[in-house]
Design a protein around this ligand. Sequence first.
Ligand SMILES: C=C(O[C@H]1C=CC=C(C(=O)O)[C@@H]1O)C(=O)O
Ligand SMILES: [Mg+2]
Length: 452
Amino acid sequence: MTIPLLPQAVKSLTDKIKSFTLQPNSDPIVQLSVVVSPIPVIAWLAAQSTYPRVYWKGRDTEEEVAAIGSCKDFFFGDEVDDIELSVEYQKQRALTNNQEIRYYGGVAFDRRNESWPDFGKAHFVLPRIELRRSGNDYKLLVNLNFTEQEFTQEIDDALQSLQALDAPKPLAPPNKVALMGRSDRPDRYRWDELVNRVTHPKFIEDTPKVVLSRLTQLEINEQVDPWMLLACWQGRNPNSFQFGFQFSPDSTFISCTPERLYRRRQRELFTEALAGTTIRGLNQEEDKALAQELLDDTKNSHENQLVRQHIVDVLNPLSNYVGAEETPTVFKLSHIQHLHRSIRAELKPGVNDFQLIQALHPTPAVGGLPKESAMNFIRQQEGYVRGWYAGACGYFNKYESEFAVAIRSALIEPGRINLFAGAGIVAGSEADKEWTELENKLTTILSILTEL
Ligand SMILES: C=C(O[C@H]1C=CC=C(C(=O)O)[C@@H]1O)C(=O)O
Ligand SMILES: [Mg+2]
C-alpha cells in the first residue's frame, strides 16, 4: 500500500520555482512552499534516498520536520576554532530575514576531541527540501541559496531534487533483533575504578561532579531501519525531543531525549536543569513513592542543584534577567523519572546562539563541574569517543532556535547498534547503583530492540 500524497504538491512547487525571479534587493536565500495533505513525516523521510536526511521534533511543540539534501552545508571536521564557527554563524544568519529558514545540525559533546567522521565537531545544513507539520497543517518546501552558484544552476538543482523525491511508503513494522554480542566500554570493572576515583574526597573537593558514560555496542546480523526505531522510540516517550541525522547511508544518529539545552524566541530564553534519576513504579502508588524518594534524596538533589546553579551563573553575564525554579519537580518518562527545574532568562541585546552554545554546552548534566576539569577527566579516562552523544542538536535562525542535549541516543551502523548512557557522579555516588542507573536509561530502547 502506498500513501497518496505529493504529485500535485510537487507539481505546484515546481511551477513556483520555475516562475521565481530574484528581485535586485531580495535576500539571497529564499524559501518557497506549498500546502500538502497529511502524511506520516518519519515514514516520508525513511522512503527518501537523498542525503543528508534529517528529522526534528521539538519537545513541547506540535511541530515536526523531515528534511533531505542541502543547499548549504557547514561541516567542521577536525580543527574548529570557536572564532571561525562564530564568524560562519554570523555570516549565515545575516543572509536572510525569513523566519521560516532554519539551519539544522549539531555540535559534538567535546569540540576539542576527535569526533565521528560524518558528524564532525559541528555540522549544520540548510536543507534542500523539507516536509513540515505544524499541528494538522503540512507543507512541502524548498530552499534556494543564491550565494554559492549561478541563478539558473540553483534553480535547476532545486527542480532536480523535487523530481528525485521517492514515493512515500509505510514504515516497516518493528521487529526484534537477535543480538550476536554485546560489549560495554568502560566495562563493569573499569566503571567501579572510575567512580571510585571521581568520588575520592580529594578529587571531589576540586571537581564536585563528573558525568561518566558508557558505550554499549550491540552486534547484529540483520538490517535495522533507524527511522523505524526512532518512530517506536517516539511512541514510548512522546514528551521528549526526537531527532535523527543521517549524512550518509551507513551511519545514523538518533535520539529521544527529554533534555532541552535551550529554546530561544528573540531574546527570551528557556532552559532547564534535568539531572537526578530513579525508575518508574509498577503502579501509581509505587510510582508516587519513588518520585517522593527522588525529591528527598540528597545525592540526586545535589546532582540537580549543581546543574541549576551553573546554568544560572553562565547565563547571568549574558542576560538582563535570569530566574530558576527553587524546588524541583519530577519529569516522567516511560521507564525512568528525573528531577527537573525550569530556568528562564531575558538575554541582553545582541547575544547570539553561538555564544549561548559556548556558554551552556556541555552543562553539568552531561559534562561536570568545573567544566574543564570534568572534560579533561572524561577525555582521558572514559576510553571511547562520545562524538555527538551528549552533544547539542537542533536548529537556529536569526529569530529563534532550539537545541536538545543528545542523550538517550544511538548511532546505527551496518551490523552494529551503539547505545550511550551516562550518570552524574557526585559525593555519595556508589559504583553499582550508578551502573544500574545506566542500565535503567537503556531500558526503553532495549525493550524496542530486543525481548527483554
Ligand atoms: C547523561 C545522561 O543523563 C543525564 C540527564 C539526566 C539525568 C542524569 C543523571 O541522573 O545522572 C544525567 O545527568 C544520559 O542519559 O546519558
Ligand atoms: Mg544520576
